[in-house]
Ligand binder design. Structure first.
Ligand code: C5P
Length: 400
């Protein structure tokens, strides 16, 4: 219930993507939001108001001069009651009007009369999107602090391929949820690692660690929701990339080390969430090794570089945060790691509490001692960790 108690006014304009707005309403309601839909006349040619009424459980507004609304002021009513006005899909025509303060129908009028933030999800043909007039209007809207969600690139209803597709309903939902998160890391840059590394023995075999990447990806999402510019270097995982994040895929610890060290100097924060393999085979066979009745091979290992310790040892290191996943003696091992790597904050968890699952139990260790977080979904814990990091950035010398 990420949107519990939130009031969302959803404006639907005329475009084929209007059918996706129906799914969006369902997702918003499922997350606890109350949704009031207003449609342009053109939108009603694509989806009927009845559909939105059934999905939102609320009356749908289509007419500025609705006699059923006190004083015929539907626009004022809708903008007064909303925490956010979301237009999805937003047509080129709507965006042009919104950019120029035109109020000639219910939707444009309530946009102009609103007292809440405006989020728009453009949807149009690629030619309309790249038209200088539309781009000019988008620049105006951005300058007016309107949040623009997308558009995505891909195949369009007209058969053409290019920019202008509306974001998928799930993506818009994630952006709406992000909108309501406090911008504790606004303007900050966060570099992270996540997932396991894979150390090749030969072209088909290797040594790895168990790691789903879920905790790391949740932290990347939470940091981005908090307004940070996030770069995530990750080993082999099958997690979908949260929107708005720069993702760099690597396989081995050496690759991860190289990609991180290339970028670490200019970051505000580095968070090492990856389960980096401590060792790698000294020799990687060029061909698949065969049994052929030979005795089992002995694989000589060499130590991998410690990415986190190397970042922390930079002349002007970012704020470094590490993870300690243990099966026992969590407090002792976590604190030992924190001192050995010379980092201000380490996040400890017992492997049996969180591995692979959606929930976790975390304890934060810093100069002030340990602070257990209540067991919760990984995204919720990631948001608490983000808040802690924001506090440390603001108060570098505070006894935590
Ligand atoms: O040294 P250990 O693996 O116990 O410490 C775990 C922490 O150090 C994690 O934050 C992990 O991402 C980081 N680490 C690293 N490079 C390594 C080993 C661990 O960045 N080679």
């Amino acid at each position: 219930m990420e949107l519990k108690g939130k009031r969302i006014a959803l404006g639907v304009t005329g475009g084929i993507a209007a059918y996706k707005a129906a799914e969006l309403v369902r997702l918003l309601v499922k997350q606890g939001a109350s949704v009031q839909v207003a449609m342009t006349e053109a939108a009603t040619h694509f989806v009927t108001p009845t559909t939105f009424q059934a999905l939102s459980g609320n009356r749908v507004f289509t007419d500025q001069w609705d006699s059923g609304v006190a004083n015929s002021m539907a626009h004022i009513q809708l903008s007064r009651d909303a925490d956010v006005l979301l237009i999805a899909p937003a047509s080129a025509d709507f965006l042009a009007k919104a950019a120029n303060g035109i109020a000639d129908n219910l939707l444009t009028t309530l946009t102009l009369a609103r007292d809440c933030p405006l989020l728009v999800a453009p949807a149009m043909n690629r030619q309309m999107w790249t038209n200088p007039a539309t781009q000019r209007n988008m620049a105006t809207l951005l300058g007016d602090n309107v949040t623009v969600l997308g558009p995505a690139s891909g195949e369009q209803a007209c058969g053409e391929i290019g920019d202008g597709r509306m974001l998928e309903p799930e993506e818009i939902l994630a952006e709406v949820i992000a909108h309501f998160q406090p911008k504790l890391l606004k303007g900050r840059s966060v570099l992270m690692t996540a997932g396991p590394t894979f150390e090749a023995i030969d072209p088909v075999r290797g040594i790895t660690n168990l790691s789903s990447g879920k905790m790391g990806f949740a932290i990347a999402r939470a940091a981005r929701e908090a307004g940070a510019n996030v770069t995530l270097v990750c080993g082999p995982v099958s997690q979908p990339t949260p929107r708005g994040i720069t993702r760099i895929d690597v396989t081995s610890a050496l690759e991860m080390h190289a990609e991180v060290l290339k970028r670490a100097a200019n970051q505000d924060v580095f968070i090492g969430v990856a389960a980096v393999a401590d060792y790698r085979p000294k020799i990687v066979a060029g061909q698949k090794t065969k049994k052929d009745g030979a005795p089992p091979p002995v694989i000589e290992l060499v130590q991998n570089p410690d990415i986190l310790a190397d970042v922390a040892a930079l002349p002007q290191p970012p704020l470094c945060v590490g993870f300690a996943a243990e099966t026992q003696n969590l407090a002792e091992y976590a604190e030992k790691k924190r001192r050995a790597k010379k980092i201000p904050l380490i996040v400890g968890n017992l492997i049996q509490d969180g591995f692979g699952g959606d929930d976790n139990t975390l304890i934060l260790f810093d100069d002030g001692g340990q602070q257990p977080l209540t067991p919760a979904p990984k995204l919720e814990l990631a948001r608490q960790l983000t808040a802690r990091i924001a506090f440390l950035l603001e108060n570098p010398n505070a006894p935590h």
